[in-house]
Design a protein around this ligand. Sequence first.
Ligand code: GDP
Ligand code: IMO
Ligand code: MG
Length: 421
Amino acid sequence: MSVTVLIGAQWGDEGKGKVSCYLSQGARITARYSGGHNAGHTVIISGKKFKLHLIPSGVFYPETLAVLGNGMVIDPEALFEEIRALQESGYPCENIRISPFAHLIFPFHREIDVLMEKARGKNAIGTTRKGIGPAYADKAERTGIRVCDLLDKDRFNEKLRLNLEIKKERFSGLNGVLDIQLYTNFSERYVEKLIPYISDTSKIIQDAIRLDLPIICEGAQGMMLDLDFGTYPFVTSSAVTAGAVAVGLGIPPREVKKVIGIAKAYATRVGAGNFPTEEKDGVGVFLREHGNEYGTTTGRPRRCGWSDGLILKYGKKINGYSGLIITKLDVLTGLEEIKFCEAYQYKGGIFKEFPYDPAVFQEAVPVYRSFKGWDKEISHIRQRKDLPRACQEYLEFIEDYTETPIDLISVGEDRDQVIQS
Ligand code: GDP
Ligand code: IMO
Ligand code: MG
């Protein structure tokens, strides 16, 4: 079983970083295939906390390569800040490999992100303001600047000049950050530092596949933030789904052998966009405080609510989950009642599958199944049979409803607080 993909099954922040760090033990490669430093992946190893944004969590293991794939957008400032923090903690980062085809994020991308959000007014997406959308827009428009462009100063300068010229025409209010003089040192500043990390990452992964070595693909964001299948336009600007792995790493799709959906035992969302199972008070506040639901990247309070089964099923159809990983089960401890959405009600009709019409999703009223809660602390439990009966019933229902086995259960924030099921 060589290539395993971990997909966030909701709106991001499902605990992918923690799970990826746990499953990457013994892996040859852990690879990110999409997104940028909009992602915030928290890893806690023996009580020490790390926040990763660009670097996959295999970086903690010297025998594992941490690959930043071509499907990513990379802000060099953010990258070197992350590397610096890891090195200070004793992780040399010599195992990082970066694709020459990944696109670069420049300071002007961040400015454009902010400008666009302002222009959207009440329809703002609530982006992380990291420049992700504008950098992917450049990529699609074929004016993007790639990591490999740093290798040739003249090529880099010419591409940058053209990019800035186009931007100046379009964003007259941004002239302050579009002056090419500001970037004359950019390639010098980063090229020496980046060169040691640049590698033919697609070949590295293909070689590992040939040797049948374990490879973990660490998804970023979540299924419902996918550019095509998410709650457009309240989504990110990249493909999040399992299909993106082949494109974002340069490997044949048939090499992806296992796809795992990671979902919280409840649901959260950061930023704007509809969220039918959101609980604004009471339970919502309980989940936010017990689950410490504040954004890893932006610190924003996350919107919280009940788990939405339609989304889990929808994600299974698109990604082909062979298994689920349920995280943050411990956060539900202490609730008298737990709810799970198994259908939407809309204008007198019942929807049992995720609707393609945004109007339905916009006004959907969740139809809940109710479960008994439990009081007993579960963070120390390591075997599923030792979980409280009510907790087991909730998990069994999720398996039946999604027709998918739960492979792993996470009951605490530390890497090793897991139950193999
Ligand atoms: P990611 O973006 O999917 O990697 O998730 P984040 O790191 O942004 O957010 C998940 C948060 O939940 C982090 O603060 C994790 O430390 C924490 N976490 C992960 N799994 C568990 C768990 O099982 N229980 C608890 N209580 N916290 C968890
Ligand atoms: P991880 O990998 C949660 C959300 C933003 C916003 C929308 C678009 O930690 O799960 P963007 O900056 O990408 O243009 O913002 O997507 N978003 C995330 N929400 N977790 C993430 O990543 C996210 N990455 C982007 O809040 O609603
Ligand atoms: Mg996160």
